[in-house]
Ligand binder design. Structure first.
Ligand SMILES: Nc1ncnc2c1ncn2[C@@H]1O[C@H](COP(=O)(O)OP(=O)(O)OP(=O)(O)O)[C@@H](O)[C@H]1O
Ligand SMILES: [Mg+2]
Length: 312
């Protein structure tokens, strides 16, 4: 409002219709009249009808003789703080969801490995002892086949458990986990792949940094396999000053990064962005039709003391 627009008007003009309806202006005035002041936080209206959140105080104004002259309201625009709080709540929520997801994966991976794995081992031992006493050639052949199936299920369960949550990530760190992942991925996808990170072989980062960088790499490589028809992929992990830089590159068909439909097709790219934000980092994607895709992830490398896995 300009001064001339506001002068002579009722103070009610800055209240929202629902507050007016509920009698909020009168209540504020009444409280200020009785107590001398009426503090509150609420939405008010701008001239154009838009809303902004304020923290303010309505004060009773008296002249030197003690006669009531009117009321004054001083308010501070809290929009920025509210937005910041909202963003923080969003980030905390995301952190909790991603954390819960990792815990759940860990739990399932452990159960798969411990429960199913144990039973499969028992099964294989039984089959082995039956095979030793077997004399019928045809029956022996069938036991051999069954042993093969049991072995393949055992391998499958191990692979599933590892893919869900590799123990190396907790025990040996990002380099070891990535190294194994890149090799396995290359084997499964048939895409030649290499991890270049030898300088960081023995360096450990904060657990959430390691987990999120690992998951980003997983998604980027899976995209390279699923969408790019890539022949080669490279994963680079470096420390540049106080920054960890993760680069995942493929030589596939590329895509238009700016095109909204590409970004909203799945949840992979969005997830990468969210994971990077969670650890204070950024993601940058460079891609063009026929020229492959490069994903740069930069995160601060705050050195943190790691807990041992048996400490809580
Ligand atoms: N390396 C890549 N090469 C070529 N196209 C890609 C690459 N990465 C992503 N894209 C394109 O961007 C789109 C969005 O990727 P995103 O990972 O978000 O989703 P998605 O892989 O389709 O599904 P989701 O990851 O949810 O399973 C893909 O559908 C694909 O068209
Ligand atoms: Mg994807």
């Amino acid at each position: 409002w300009t001064e001339s627009e506001a002068l002579g008007q009722s103070g009610e003009i800055i209240f929202t219709p629902e507050d007016r309806e509920a009698g909020a202006p009168e209540q504020e005035i009444e409280t200020a009249f009785i107590n001398g002041r009426a503090p509150d936080e609420r939405f008010h209206l701008r001239r154009d009808g838009s809303r902004f959140y304020v923290s303010g105080v309505m004060t009773l104004l008296k002249d030197t003789g003690g006669n009531v002259r009117g009321f004054a309201k001083i308010a501070r625009d809290m929009t920025e703080r509210i937005e910041a709080e909202k963003a923080l709540r969003g980030k905390e929520m995301l952190q909790r969801i991603v954390g819960a997801q990792e815990d759940e994966r860990k739990r399932i991976a452990r159960n798969l490995h411990d429960e199913l794995g144990q039973q499969l081992t028992a099964l294989r031992l039984r089959l082995e002892s039956i095979r030793k006493t077997c004399e019928d050639t045809e029956l022996c052949g069938k036991i051999d086949e069954t042993q093969m199936i049991a072995k393949s299920i055992d391998n499958g369960v191990d692979f599933l458990a590892w893919e869900l949550r590799p123990a190396a990530l907790d025990d040996l760190g990002l380099f070891a986990a990535l190294d194994k992942y890149v090799k396995e991925w290359s084997h499964h996808s048939g895409v030649t792949a290499e991890l270049l990170a030898s300088k960081l072989k023995r360096i450990r980062f904060a657990p959430e940094v390691e987990t999120n960088l690992y998951r980003i790499t997983q998604e980027a490589l899976n995209n390279a396999h699923k969408h790019a028809s890539a022949r080669r992929a490279e994963v680079m992990l470096e420390k540049r000053g106080e920054q960890i830089v993760l680069i995942i590159e493929d030589d596939g068909k590329g895509f238009d990064v700016k095109k909204k439909t590409n970004r909203s097709k799945g949840i992979g790219l969005i997830g990468m962005q969210e994971r990077a934000t969670l650890i204070g980092g950024t993601v940058e994607i460079e891609s063009a039709a026929g020229r492959g895709t490069t994903i740069f992830v930069r995160v601060p490398a705050a050195p943190t003391k790691r807990r041992r896995s048996n400490e809580k």
